[in-house]
Design a protein around this ligand. Structure first.
Ligand code: ZN
Length: 149
């Protein structure tokens, strides 16, 4: 089980035990749910975006350590960023997890803590679940943001 111990690094355990931006968002403009049947992870991402900037983002749900930590890290990584920046970051993160990019080629910040997941293909869905939900929420909010602005 030493591989798993490597996988559950300190950052992951910290965000699993004390997830950031966890709980309902007041007056969310958009939300999307994600479900990973392989593991049973469920996550709901709520966000408020204005003028193409993610002003606030929170998540709720139950899942394994990887999915919860990934959702927590995701909210920290994208809050205050533009929608384009958040989508580009997901692309880079996804490319690292799926082995399409080398870890040291890509600037991931704290998200790099999850890069060990690449050795465990079945866990990639845990690590990307919240990001897929984020993308769905952003796509749903794209039009609403302009009508609300
Ligand atoms: Zn999982």
């Amino acid at each position: 089980m030493s591989e798993l111990r490597d996988l559950y690094q300190e950052v992951i355990l910290d965000h699993y035990k004390r997830p950031r931006n966890f709980g309902p968002l007041e007056e969310p403009m958009s939300k999307a749910q994600g479900y990973n049947p392989l593991c049973g992870d469920q996550v709901t991402v709520c966000l408020r975006a204005e003028d193409g900037v993610i002003e606030d983002v929170r998540f709720e749900g139950v899942g394994c350590a990887i999915s919860t930590a990934s959702a927590s890290l995701m909210t920290e990584a994208v809050k205050g960023r533009t929608v384009e920046e958040a989508e580009a970051l997901f692309e880079r993160f996804h490319d690292v997890l799926t082995g399409q990019s080398e870890i040291d080629e890509v600037e991931l910040g704290k998200l790099e803590a999850l890069s060990g997941v690449r050795e465990f293909p079945v866990r990639i869905k845990c690590a990307t679940l919240a990001w897929h939900a984020l993308r769905a929420a952003l796509e749903g909010s794209g039009r609403e943001v302009t009508t609300e602005a």
